[in-house]
Design a protein around this ligand. Structure first.
Ligand code: MRU
Length: 337
């Protein structure tokens, strides 16, 4: 893998988290933020899998784009290698349904040749920004109507442009509220152990000029209990047919605290995050990551850990799921599929 420190703005003046350039994938290396804005150049599916596993590329919609572009890369290989590469890519991270969705959507064009697979993958990228904009406007409309005062939003992990190709989902709603002058303040959960909140969400909000305050995860419930936030908006890695939401570890306790405080708990995700084939969150494989991530800050080496990367928020705690096409209210018994 080659890392470059080029300006990630493309010739159209756009910044995309992940893109295709000539014959390879380029992606912002999210392990380097907020210190450095460094772009990775990825020339093989093996290197793409490595970038996904170490969260250089992360966030469900960005993983969908990575899966599709990886399939375009694999399509150039001979069938033996290609099938192995595609299976490895689908399995690189198990929880976000978008990764396998992206691989399968682009790979469905294999019979038409590598150019068709690449065209399909580029369509996935093009659609991402459009879909996110649509869901953001819908989410902002709904929240503005519910709250009838500035929204003070609490969010967890990073569901911004960095987690997508462009714009963002949960942070897309925050951006839409900000554009309309309907945003008060944003509370950002730190998001242990890999700090997607403090490293990535804070960075994005700073770039956007959005006022925000960082809190440790253990303070998340207190922010709600004290009435500082009047809405929780998060992304999702998978939404099951019954409306359970699988998202970054720490989302479930945030939903419990929101219910206790009487604050709406809103999930923003594209339709591709809905997995109609899986009935409930209990059926989803939850990624368990290396314990050294937990021990990295002051831990005693060798201590046993249980490093769940995601948790399941039951449907009855989810006030609304906002997609590019609809608003679903699982807490009222509405099912996404
Ligand atoms: O482990 P990560 O950083 O990939 O986890 C990301 C999340 O949990 C996001 O909230 C989710 O993917 C939605 S991103 C729009």
């Amino acid at each position: 893998m080659r890392s470059t420190v080029e300006d990630p703005t493309d010739k159209n003046g756009r910044v995309r988290t992940i893109d295709w350039r000539d014959d390879h994938i380029v992606a912002i290396d999210q392990t380097k933020l907020p210190g450095e804005l460094v772009e990775l150049a990825i020339f093989s599916v093996e290197d793409l899998v490595d970038a996904i596993r170490r969260l250089a590329i992360r966030g469900a919609p960005a993983l969908g784009a990575a899966g599709a572009l990886g399939a375009a890369m694999a399509a150039r290989d001979d069938p033996g290698h290609r099938d192995l590469a595609l299976a490895g890519l689908r399995a690189a991270r198990p929880t976000a349904v978008n990764l396998a969705w992206g691989v399968d959507r682009a790979a469905a064009r294999l019979a038409e040749g590598p150019d068709a697979v690449l065209r399909e993958a580029l369509d996935v990228l093009e659609e991402d920004a459009v879909r996110n904009r649509r869901l953001a406007e819908r989410g902002a409309d709904w929240l503005a109507a519910q709250l009838q005062r500035p929204a003070n939003v609490q969010t967890h992990c990073n569901a911004g442009a960095l987690a997508c190709v462009e714009w963002g989902t949960a942070l897309g709603i925050v951006r839409a509220l900000h554009e309309r002058g309907r945003l008060g303040h944003v509370y950002v959960d730190e998001t242990r152990p890999l700090l997607q909140g403090s490293r990535l969400t804070s960075w994005e909000l700073t770039e956007l000029g959005v006022d925000h305050t960082l809190v440790i995860d253990a303070a998340a419930a207190t922010v709600l209990a004290r009435g500082l936030a009047n809405a929780v908006v998060v992304g999702a890695d998978r939404i099951t047919a019954n409306g359970d939401v699988v998202n970054k570890i720490g989302t479930f306790p945030l939903a419990l605290a929101a219910a206790r405080a009487g604050v709406p708990f809103v999930v923003a995700a594209p339709e591709s995050t809905i997995d109609p084939a899986t009935e409930s969150g209990l059926d989803v494989e939850i990624e368990v990551r290396d314990g050294r991530e937990v021990l990295a800050i002051g831990g005693l080496p060798g201590t046993a850990t249980l490093n769940y990367a995601f948790d399941v928020t039951p449907a009855d705690l989810v006030t609304a799921i906002v997609t590019e096409d609809r608003l679903i209210r699982p807490a009222l018994g509405e099912r996404p599929a």
